[in-house]
Design a protein around this ligand. Structure first.
Ligand SMILES: [Zn+2]
Length: 359
């Protein structure tokens, strides 16, 4: 079965006809194709560049492949047709080629210091074992590893780096030697400075970024996935911690309050920014549109740049193709121009995954 769609294709901004044959796009007419969209704005499928389909609401690991599938399907139905899973306690390589699921870029398990991260989620290792663990988790994922760069240190009563700079640098080098990219969770000022200088490929959250560091990220091409939805939950985290760790609570609130300006500074400096919801655990799946709107409304990204981050740019960054001759047949259609009013991304009129219309 072949399908035909017609509309303004972004980012080229050209009214075109596309035919979808199996999981491939062609601009050559295909006889007998059924038209499933005529008019509207057509984008390559969206990307959630930071979520977790291996962690259920509440924070426990998923118990089965089927549970992970269900979470990915929530994202898919919102137009997210590619996911980067930023750390999964449950291995699910079987889902990489699942025809019903978004395309997957996966880190293995989070790599964290002992008793310094969410319970049951990461592989917890001392500094001496970090590089070897990175190599092992590189094999468990399919292109990424995830490092926990900082977390609360209960002895200090505040955020503190997971390891020293030499260990962090060796961790990033171990990832690159294994042929994968390294993503790092950071909230604090200290850890993100260490990790950017260690040559990490993407900073997750990055609330502690300063102006000097965003310039360095831009120079190095280090990506930022701000997960603005997650940062809005810092108030809850601070409330829960305040009695025992008041300094930590205040720090988290200050990071939250300064964050829109951090993302704005990164954007203005030219740091590559991508859309990630951090769904899984504390945040629902299916919220990519909310994150896109936050990047626009709170951090000042222009609608075309948000669309690039969420669609063709994010796909290119993760190695998934766009709407080119012979490219993968993942697309979303909106009834209005999302560059004029970004809110239309909340309601795609068509979603086509791997050449199959879903809605
Ligand atoms: Zn996360």
């Amino acid at each position: 079965m072949a399908w035909h769609v017609r509309g303004v294709v972004l980012p080229d901004d050209e009214e075109r006809d596309l035919w979808l044959v199996g999981d491939r796009v062609t601009f050559e007419p295909v006889a007998g194709a059924e038209t499933i969209a005529d008019g509207g704005w057509i984008l390559p499928g969206l990307v959630d560049a930071h979520c977790h389909i291996g962690i259920v609401r509440g924070g426990a690991p998923v118990g089965s492949l089927e549970q992970a599938r269900e979470l990915a399907i929530v994202d898919r139905d919102a137009g997210v047709l590619a996911i980067r899973d930023a750390g999964s306690p449950y291995p699910y390589p079987e889902l990489d080629d699942d025809p019903d699921l978004p395309r997957l870029a996966r880190a293995g398990r989070h790599i964290a210091p002992p008793r310094r991260y969410l319970r049951d989620i990461g592989v917890e290792v001392p500094a001496a074992e970090v590089a070897a663990t990175v190599a092992a988790q590189a094999r468990a994922g399919n292109g990424w590893v995830k490092l926990v760069g900082d977390w609360i240190d209960r002895g200090v009563g505040d955020l503190a780096p997971a390891w020293d700079a030499a260990t962090m640098t060796a961790a990033v080098e171990a990832a690159h030697r294994a042929g994968v990219r390294a993503a790092v969770h950071t909230f604090s000022e200290e850890a993100v400075a260490i990790m950017v200088r260690a040559g990490v490929d993407s900073v997750e959250h990055g609330t502690g970024l300063g102006l000097d560091l965003v310039d360095e990220m831009a120079r190095r091409g280090t990506a930022l996935v701000p997960t603005m939805i997650n940062i809005q939950t810092f108030g809850r985290i601070a409330d829960q911690a305040r009695e025992k760790f008041p300094g930590y609570a205040d720090h988290m609130l200050a990071l939250r309050d300064g964050f829109p300006d951090v993302v704005r500074a990164a954007y203005e400096a030219g740091v590559p920014i991508y859309v990630g919801t951090d769904a899984g655990g504390g945040i629902d799946h299916g919220l990519a549109a909310d994150e896109m709107l936050l990047l626009h409304e709170r951090a000042g990204m222009s609608p075309p740049d948000v669309l690039a981050a969420a669609s063709w740019g994010g796909r290119a960054w993760l190695g998934f193709g766009g709407l080119t001759e012979g490219g993968p047949a993942d697309l979303v259609v909106y009834p209005e121009d999302p560059r004029r009013d970004l809110r239309v991304v909340r309601a795609p009129s068509r979603v086509v995954l791997r050449g199959r219309p879903l809605r």
